[in-house]
Write a protein that binds this ligand. Structure first.
Ligand code: C5P
Length: 219
């Protein structure tokens, strides 16, 4: 079984996907990580984020183990890391270079320790449209920019990052604009839409589980 969860930054996709992967024993691919890995290498190497050739080089040479190694760096999920990921993800040749690695995972899903899994859950922006258009169930998860910015702001506060809410909101809106300007980032025609603005993660999780179980029963 392949499940995709797409939607804007901080809509709750990652938490939801991780919980679902655990409940249904599915391998989990957080596809934002491939762009974060390329973006981080640009930052570490001191390259300009619009250096398309360098970004394409890092994308072409990316492997799973390399991505996991880079994810341990504290900048991987920082605000700068997020902006770098968003910037390199707008480069067409970078997206092209990272496509196969993401698609291959659906044919051969594995858990973090390398053992094979019966299926996979993806989260990202284009997983239901470009990466896995034939997924069994597709979700499009969203929330208002203000609520998403507040969630990120609280995460930063917990990590002790000194930043104002207004700045996080501005970054959220700027990232949305960049992310949604490109093809494939619109919801798939057959995606189930869920607005998480007024719901807790538990409520969203329960609702999504009901939909999955109904779909599995039907098939
Ligand atoms: O989901 P996350 O915030 O980790 O993604 C980081 C960036 O990677 C996003 O802002 C987006 O620009 C890009 N991305 C993408 N396609 C995906 C997943 C993420 O372009 N499938």
């Amino acid at each position: 079984m392949i499940i995709t969860i797409d939607g804007p930054a901080a809509a709750g996709k990652g938490t939801l996907a991780a919980k679902l992967a655990q409940k249904y024993n599915l391998a989990y691919f957080d596809t934002g990580m491939v762009y974060r890995a390329v973006g981080l290498q640009m930052i570490l190497g001191g390259y300009a984020l619009d250096d398309e050739e360098k970004a394409e080089f890092f994308a072409k040479s990316l492997t799973f183990p390399k991505m996991m190694e880079l994810s341990k760096n504290s900048e991987f999920r920082s605000l700068d890391g997020s902006n770098a990921a968003s910037a390199v993800s707008a480069i067409n040749n970078v997206r092209k270079a990272l496509l196969k690695m993401q698609q291959d995972f659906s044919h051969n899903p594995v858990f973090e320790d390398g053992t094979p899994a019966a299926g996979a859950i993806y989260d990202g922006r284009d997983t239901g449209t470009i990466i896995c258009p034939h997924a069994d169930i597709k979700f499009f998860i969203t929330a208002s920019p203000e609520i998403r910015a507040m969630r990120r702001f609280k995460e930063y506060q917990q990590k002790g990052v000194d930043i104002e809410y207004q700045k996080v909101l501005e970054q959220t809106i700027a990232r949305d604009k960049r992310d949604y300007a490109r093809a494939g980032s619109q919801p798939a025609a057959d995606a189930i839409h869920i607005d998480t603005s007024d719901f807790s993660i538990e409520e969203v999780f329960n609702e999504v589980c009901k939909i999955i179980e109904k779909t599995v029963k039907k098939s």
